[in-house]
Design a protein around this ligand. Structure first.
Ligand code: ADP
Ligand code: MG
Length: 289
């Protein structure tokens, strides 16, 4: 019977770490035509590491000290990576005054009365001039799939910090599995276009970059005009996008927040579980029809 098939699918899923909130969600998952993935923490491990420091006018340790000062108040993955680098290098960190996050852009603060900004080069360019060699360094690092945090102190570019967040090891295989199921995959990211293209290219999916949180919602609505959309994210800063999709799936350790805002969850941080979830949903609906 229908309720028995649904109940069986829910418990089979749960045993594999695939949570679906009921029969309506199974039906929606079975109809998925497009999967939109958040990049950071979903297709990637979400644990960026500093790979390079380009000092411009200061030494490397000073660049790290300036950046770490404004990142101390932030829990953004890039902030944690910069603080970890300061610690590893034995750079003393003095917290900045008036530290504030500029969502989707970076952070600001003051150290000894000097204004500091750390964040995306495209926003940093509004605050300081980049000479040809700085522009070239940004391009080289981003083309290699790295995120660049530009460090500005007192209105001048002090340096660049390159960070790399590795794709999860099963991400490319998961995208290929979805493709075999006839499903289109799209990566959504607030990161810059070159880094987005490098990561998406290596995984074999489409992408939209430089998205602010609201832009992710708009992107989901646009995709939904073509086919039912499943959005997969960490459920924390992408809750609005999860809610805008036909079905929102949280990936990761399943925080309370994520489960509250999502229709489903995969609990093991395996991208391939998204394909497994859709196969389970399709098989269940196939049995019912
Ligand atoms: P994502 O979609 O990758 O989660 P976010 O919306 O969190 O992106 O941030 C977009 C961009 O803003 C980042 O790629 C980064 O360039 C910049 N940014 C945001 N917060 C910080 C921070 N604390 N330190 C440095 N850069 C930041
Ligand atoms: Mg994010």
């Amino acid at each position: 019977s229908v309720p028995a098939s649904i109940a069986a699918a829910l418990s089979t899923g749960a045993r594999q770490g695939l949570l679906l909130k009921g029969g309506v969600v199974i039906e929606a998952a079975a109809r998925t035509g497009v999967v939109a993935f958040d990049k950071t923490g979903t297709l990637t491990a979400g644990e960026p590491r500093v790979t390079e420091i380009v000092a411009l006018g200061h030494d490397e340790r000073k660049v790290v000290a300036l950046a770490a000062a404004v990142e101390t108040g932030s829990s953004h993955p890039l902030a944690l990576a910069i603080l970890a680098r300061a610690k590893a290098d034995g750079v003393p960190v003095r917290p900045a005054a008036n530290a504030a996050a500029l969502v989707g852009k970076g952070v600001t603060g003051e150290l000894d009365g000097v204004a500091i900004f750390v964040g995306a080069p495209r926003h940093a360019k509004e605050r300081a001039s980049f000479d040809a060699s700085a522009l070239e360094a940004v391009e080289r690092l981003e083309t290699a799939g790295k995120t660049v945090a530009a460090v500005i102190a007192d209105g001048a570019l002090a340096g660049l910090i390159a960070l790399r967040d590795e794709p999860r090891e099963d991400a490319a295989a998961a995208i290929a599995e979805l493709k075999a199921l006839g499903i289109r995959s799209v990566m959504l990211t607030g990161d810059n276009a070159r880094t987005g293209a490098a990561i998406a290219g290596s995984l074999g999916l489409e992408h939209k970059a430089e998205l602010m949180p609201d832009d992710k919602v708009t992107a989901i609505k646009e995709l939904a005009r073509e086919a039912p959309v499943m959005m997969v994210g960490d459920g924390i800063n992408d809750a609005p996008a999860l809610a805008a999709a036909n079905i929102g799936v949280a990936m990761g350790s399943g925080t309370d927040v994520a489960l509250e805002t999502a229709d489903g969850a995969v609990l093991k941080s395996r991208v391939r579980d998204i394909a497994a979830m859709i196969r389970l949903a399709r098989a269940t609906m196939g049995n019912i029809r």
